[in-house]
Design a protein. Structure first.
Length: 128
């Protein structure tokens, strides 16, 4: 089994794969953010759209063909725990595009919608 793209020490199928398949739900904003990074890494647009707040969700999502998400580092979290209604996660995501390495930094905002954590929006500090 391959390791999970989110950076936690578990195989993908037992980590974010469970969320992507709908077998489990994110318990925290950080867990949702990690699962969304993994969804970008494996190309799971359906999960990304399902985990996006309806007020900010795009109608469709296309992946850039030469962009590969490689590694995630969580920098900081604010609230977003099991008992919270909102939270933030600051992260660094490393990528490669046409063989060139890069990094994106973002502070993402999450909220509960109908009981589930969803991505609302983010402030990109640097982008691909």
């Amino acid at each position: 089994m391959s390791s999970c793209p989110c950076g936690l020490p578990a195989p993908y199928d037992e980590c974010c794969g469970r969320l992507h398949r709908g077998e489990a739900a994110a318990e925290t904003a950080e867990q949702l953010m990690r699962s969304r990074f993994s969804a970008f890494a494996v190309g799971d647009a359906d999960y990304l759209l399902r985990s996006w707040h309806p007020s900010t969700r795009p109608a469709e999502l296309a992946f850039e063909p030469h962009l590969r998400w490689k590694r995630l580092s969580v920098v900081a979290t604010g609230a977003g725990g099991p008992a919270d209604e909102e939270g933030t996660v600051e992260f660094r995501a490393r990528f490669s595009r046409r063989g060139r390495a890069g990094e994106m930094r973002e502070v993402s905002r999450f909220a509960r919608h109908e009981g589930a954590w969803v991505y609302v929006n983010g402030e990109v500090r640097s982008s691909p």
